[in-house]
Structure formats: structure tokens, C-alpha cells
Design a binder for this molecule. Structure first.
Ligand code: SR1
Ligand code: MG
Length: 397
């Protein structure tokens, strides 16, 4: 009889997670362990297990067979745990200091044991508190350039790339992005969630045919353009940071997609935070947005000059063309992310946590106007320095 994933899988609890850690000898014999489930994301269980004497710990992350944010009515493949572990193990070759260490992974129970990063803070939480994480853009620009270049046809022989494309086929999680980022917010669909005060703005979006045509083109790129191995969900909640360190976590949405996607999501989440701040406190976010691109394009170009395997590597204009496409797409993807984080299923604390109801609604209207402008103007925006003007010009109707 074949053993199915379902017959072996069982949902971990704090006590079974400790028993598992002991059985796997993740701690020395006799160590007294303490465990707390700390998952605050939309999809998984996350157990923080520590040795109560040394306070050294691990993270044990388990995928649930459904989307936690909605419940059992939204079944989800457990394969995402393996995708996440494999993506971390792939990234560690290129950016060892920018991802958590993976200690153990189990496909049938859909869990991964990894480095405890509790010395760091989730970047979104810190940004909301007004922290600026000075090295965030340097690190994320490097992370993006290296992970994207070395998994693409520019940095990898085509046969090896196809093996990775196959390994990272991730239909369930891609479908979430196809629906929640590129489709649902642009139609009157049940998953959307917004305050009644935004209905007028939302109905304008649903009726905006030229905007929807541009979103359809961006969605088509997401569906079809297998450029490089993406993180797939690179918002500021997928990043741990401090003044000196940055670690990219949670690549369960990893798959082969368009070069500009991760960049666009990261930029959009910085913009959402900028909008939630008073205008005089936005400068650090603009700095991060520009620097991410500068570091990304310089590091990607260096890698191209040093390691490109593509026959056309020295053809004048080709590298510039690749970077220009990634830039334009990133602006468009950022626009979609701004809109979906405002009126779609999965919101962000930067906006939802704003205390004053009036300021919150006004910030959300601002995010919608900015998102639309970025989608519409993505071909004419040539430098990220102008995003500051876009934020200012979309502040009021
Ligand atoms: C049902 S999952 C909702 C969102 O959470 C994840 O972090 C992704 O951003 C996804 O779109
Ligand atoms: Mg996540």
C-alpha cells in the first residue's frame, strides 16, 4: 500500500514539536526545552524552541494543509515546505549571510528546522516603529542581484536551469499570487476586503478598463516569464533586520518568474510604509528604494561581466535591455502590490494599524492612487528618484 502524505502528516503542537526536536537530537541530551508557537503569518505554524539554560534556540516551521488566514476551506499543498527549504538551500550558495541556516527538513511532516533569528526584528514591525535599518537596501539589492542572476539563463547553463525550473514548480502558491495580487482586487470578488469609505475608489478601479489592460499584461508576465528563481513574496514581513544584519526568510512562494517581481514587491512595501508616515519622515524609505536598485543593478552587472554563460553576453546593449525590462516590470508589479495590500485579502499593518480612522482611509486612498499611477506610467519612469514626486503628487486627488 502506498503511504500518502496525508496518512503520515500530523499537525505539530508545542509539546510534539519539543518531542520531535529531542528525537532528532537538535539539542544535547538532557537539555530542558521550552517551546512557543509564534506564527503570525497567513499560512504556517512556527515553533520557537529554546534551551532554557543557554537560551540557544531553533525555529521549527510547519506548513498546514490549508491557508491559516482563511481556514480549512482553502486547502493548500504541503509541498511548499520543501520548496521553502530548497529555496533557502539554493540561496545559501550565493548569499550565505543573508538567509537563515537550514538544519533539518522533512517532506512528509512538511517542516523545516532553521536558525533562530530572534535577535533580529521583522523589518515591517521596525519600520512601523520608525526604525530605518541603515543596511537594508544594500543587503536586499545584493540578495536580489545574486539570487536572480545565478539562477537565470545568464548565470546558469540552460540544462541546469531547467532542472531548477522543474524543482520549483509551485502551482498552489503561484495561484495565490495570481488571484490575490493580479486578479481579485481589480474585480468585485469575495476575497477583497476594504472599508465602506473606500467603495467609491474601489469601484473606480473595477471600472477602469485601461488600468485593467495594463494589469492583465503584468499578470501575463508573472504567469509566463521564467527568468529566474524568485523569492516570490518579498515584502517587509519576509525580512528580519537589525542595524547591522538582514536575513530574508519565508521563500515558500519561490518559483521561476520575471526578474522584476521581487524588486517590485519590496519597493511597494517600502512605499506603503512611506505613505503611513508623516511626509517629513519618508526620506529613509526613498533612500532605500533608490539604493536597492543601484546595488541590484551594479551587482547584477558585475556578476554578468564576471560569470555570464550566455553567448550574447558581450553584445552591446543586451545587459542594459535586461535591466531596463526588470526596472519597468518592477514599477508595474509595485503598483499591483500597493493596490492589493490596500483592498485585497492580505493587508499590511503599516496601513491597517494607523490609529486615526480618517488618516487611515486617506492613506489607503493615497496608496490606491499611487498604485494606479505606477502601473500606468511604468514605461516612462526611468529613475526611482521620481517616486518621491509620485508619492507627493498622488497625496491628494
Ligand atoms: C492566503 S496567503 C495571503 C498572502 O500572505 C502571503 O504572505 C502572501 O503575500 C499572500 O499573498
Ligand atoms: Mg510569508
Amino acid at each position: 500500500m502506498a503511504i500518502s502524505h496525508q496518512s503520515i502528516y500530523e499537525r505539530l503542537t508545542e509539546s510534539t514539536a519539543v518531542a520531535l526536536a529531542t528525537r532528532l537530537r537538535l539539542f544535547e541530551e538532557g537539555t530542558v526545552l521550552q517551546c512557543k508557537e509564534i506564527g503570525d503569518g497567513n499560512l504556517n505554524l512556527v515553533f520557537h524552541i529554546i534551551d532554557i539554560n543557554s537560551e540557544k534556540g531553533i525555529i521549527m516551521k510547519q506548513a498546514l494543509p490549508y491557508a491559516k488566514v482563511v481556514g480549512e476551506s482553502w486547502p493548500l499543498s504541503l509541498k511548499r515546505a520543501t520548496i521553502e527549504a530548497n529555496a533557502l538551500l539554493t540561496a545559501v550558495d550565493y548569499v550565505p549571510t543573508l538567509v537563515p541556516k537550514v538544519y533539518y527538513t522533512d517532506e512528509l511532516l512538511a517542516f523545516t528546522v532553521m536558525e533562530d533569528l530572534s535577535r533580529l526584528q521583522i523589518a515591517r514591525t521596525g519600520l512601523i516603529e520608525g526604525k530605518n535599518f541603515p543596511l537594508l537596501s544594500e543587503h536586499i539589492g545584493t540578495y536580489l542581484a545574486k539570487t536572480l542572476f545565478y539562477s537565470s539563463d545568464f548565470g546558469l547553463e540552460p540544462l541546469k536551469k531547467k532542472v531548477l525550473v522543474q524543482k520549483f514548480i509551485n502551482p498552489d502558491l503561484c495561484k495565490i499570487t495570481e488571484d490575490l495580487v493580479f486578479t481579485d482586487p481589480f474585480f468585485d470578488i469575495d476575497t477583497n476586503s476594504f472599508e465602506e469609505e473606500l467603495r467609491h475608489d474601489v469601484e473606480q478601479i473595477w471600472a477602469d478598463q485601461p488600468l485593467k489592460l495594463e494589469v492583465a499584461k503584468l499578470k501575463q508576465k508573472f504567469l509566463t516569464k521564467a527568468d529566474a528563481l524568485l523569492h516570490g513574496d518579498l515584502h517587509t514581513g519576509s525580512i528580519f533586520a537589525s542595524e547591522t544584519e538582514t536575513k530574508v526568510i519565508d521563500p515558500e512562494f519561490a518559483f521561476y518568474g520575471p526578474l522584476g517581481f521581487d524588486l517590485g514587491q519590496f519597493i511597494a512595501n517600502l512605499l506603503v510604509n512611506a505613505i503611513s508616515r508623516n511626509s517629513e519622515n519618508r526620506e529613509p524609505l526613498y533612500h532605500h528604494i533608490e539604493k536597492t536598485w543601484d546595488v541590484f543593478s551594479a551587482t547584477f552587472s558585475q556578476a554578468w561581466k564576471k560569470d555570464a554563460v550566455e553567448q550574447y553576453r558581450d553584445t552591446e546593449g543586451y545587459l542594459d535591455y535586461v535591466l531596463e525590462q526588470a526596472f519597468e516590470d518592477a514599477i508595474g508589479f509595485a503598483g499591483c502590490e500597493l493596490i492589493r495590500r490596500t483592498i485585497g485579502l492580505a493587508h499590511v499593518a503599516d496601513l491597517d494599524g494607523m490609529d486615526s480612522f480618517e488618516e487611515r482611509i486617506s492613506a489607503k486612498q493615497h496608496a490606491l492612487r499611487l498604485g494606479k499611477a505606477l502601473i500606468r506610467d511604468r514605461k516612462s519612469i526611468k529613475v526611482l528618484g521620481v517616486l518621491q514626486n509620485y508619492v507627493n503628487n498622488t497625496a491628494k486627488e
